[in-house]
Ligand binder design. Structure first.
Ligand code: HSE
Length: 326
């Protein structure tokens, strides 16, 4: 009989960069993954949903490996786990699916053994795995985060998203691995491009903190990564240039792409026009894509400890169904 409880976690997706804030800015989004974890006689996975196709079901699984890092850090031994996961976050599209898996696994493993690790420790561990704090910070803390990573420790400030802010994403059907999208970036940039991005990132951070939606368009401009990544997402240059003329406050590649994200004022009257412009532009470039209206998610990962009476997969799925319907 295990001395540890069964944990259940809900973790949001995220977008990174918001244009100029490369590897620094992140925002949690109202799209989720759920994880349950408990000690078992032998390791077993229950992975549900289209987004779980092809995910390893052995000890090479990311959730399992991340959970073991938590146990090692806390000085406990839990070699065999039962792990359930359902995710509505599309894989390799720039919506932080791997970051949400890392944060979900850290939170689930930590909750299971009585939460010995604090959120600052979990943030450092997650950033050490991802190598940049933007997506993991947003999934951990919710809202908008601005963060820096010195190779060992991540510092951050969380910003409450402006209430009028809504998000429209256009998600191409093709996947783009982050490693490929990082591989096209130059090793060095000019001082003028660096100044361009420092000034826009500062303005964007301040505009979001102050609720100045009118400045978002001017601030969401980037010269560090989007120009180099544009060839990987056909149609992206036109989207970035013209979406503000169809009702977007600002537009950026979401993380490493290929999803493109618009910030929109909830009161905007041209929402349908914007949606059509995004999908039509993708279609003109031979890409089928779907749009999704999302909100900034103000809560980060949440973890609860459940009664241990064996893994109830029925109740896990019922719980998710209830959440999806709500
Ligand atoms: N900041 C990262 C990038 C996010 O743009 O490569 C993707 O993981």
């Amino acid at each position: 009989m295990s001395i540890y409880g069964r944990s259940r976690v809900k973790v949001p997706a995220s977008t990174a960069n918001l244009g100029p804030g490369f590897d620094t800015l992140g925002m949690a989004l109202s799209l989720y993954a759920w994880i349950e974890m408990e000690e078992a006689a032998e390791t077993v996975f229950h992975l549900y949903g289209d987004e779980m196709t092809g995910v390893p079901r052995d000890k090479s699984n990311l959730l399992y490996k991340v959970a073991q890092m938590v146990f090692a850090e806390a000085g406990v031994t839990v070699p065999e786990l039962s792990i359930s996961m359902y995710s509505e976050i599309p894989l390799a599209r720039g919506l932080g699916s791997s970051a949400s898996a890392i944060i979900g696994a850290l939170a689930a493993a930590n909750a299971m053994i009585g939460s010995p690790l604090g959120s600052a420790k979990l943030f450092d561990m997650a950033t050490a795995i991802e190598k940049h704090p933007d997506n993991v910070g947003a999934s951990l803390f919710g809202g908008i985060i601005t963060a820096v990573w010195d190779g060992e420790h991540a510092d951050y400030i969380r910003i409450e998203p402006p209430q009028e802010l809504e998000v429209l994403v256009v998600i191409p059907e093709f996947e783009l691995e982050t490693v490929k999208a990082r591989g096209v970036l130059p090793a060095e940039v000019s001082v003028s491009d660096a100044v361009h991005n420092i000034s826009r990132t500062s303005l964007l951070t301040a505009a979001l903190a102050a609720g100045r939606l009118d400045l978002i368009g001017a601030a969401m401009q980037d010269r560090l990564h989007q120009p180099y990544r544009a060839p990987l997402v056909p149609g992206m240059e036109k989207l970035l240039a013209e979406a503000p003329g169809h009702g977007a406050l600002g537009i950026a590649l979401s993380g490493a792409g290929p999803t493109v994200l618009c910030m929109v004022d909830r009161r905007e009257l041209r929402k349908q026009e914007l949606e059509l412009f995004l999908t039509e532009t993708m279609r003109e470039n031979g890409i089928s894509a779907r749009t999704l209206w999302l909100s900034p998610c103000t809560t980060g990962v949440t973890a609860e400890l459940l009664e241990r009476n064996g893994m109830q997969n029925g109740s896990f799925l019922d719980m998710i169904k209830g959440e999806l319907q709500s």
